[in-house]
Design a protein around this ligand. Sequence first.
Ligand code: GDP
Ligand code: MG
Ligand code: ZN
Length: 149
Amino acid sequence: MSCATGEGVRLAAADLKGRQAVLVGPSGAGKTSFVRALGGPERLKTGDLNARTGKGTHTTVAAVLIPLPGGTAIIDTPGLRVFPLDHIPPTELQFCFKDFAGLQDGCRFRNCMHRNEPGCAVRDAAADGRLSVDRYDSYLQLLGELSGG
Ligand SMILES: Nc1nc2c(ncn2[C@@H]2O[C@H](COP(=O)(O)OP(=O)(O)O)[C@@H](O)[C@H]2O)c(=O)[nH]1
Ligand SMILES: [Mg+2]
Ligand SMILES: [Zn+2]
């Protein structure tokens, strides 16, 4: 859809009618423009396109709930460059990976972190294709970040 041409805006508005929705996405994606296109208040600030990058500039500073005509409520959020996960304890990160479910039961150690422990069923699953290697790598990378290294 495009807020500049109006293409798709009515379709999206119909989808949202009477519902409560949250807009998330990178800064400059056009979230606030979309809220305005739906009939949100003019005072909502949209960013000017950065002349160099052609991307929008960051203007929404906090999440705000905006009631719209027709019973729709929309929550506009500031564009997030990073989505912090540091509220997740490293030992619980594995449970955020739904495709790990059931695999953990096969690990030799009950408190296995699925890194380089012997007898790790999650690592085995990634090795023989039952688990996506990309997903396993994402897990290891996030785990490294959460463990501060
Ligand atoms: N070409 C084009 N520009 C858009 C569209 N939607 C938003 N913009 C422009 O992109 C910039 C950032 O928009 P904004 O709504 O502030 O993005 P936000 O950071 O996601 O809230 C502004 O200059 C908008 O005018 C669109 O559909 N097409
Ligand atoms: Mg915005
Ligand atoms: Zn394991």
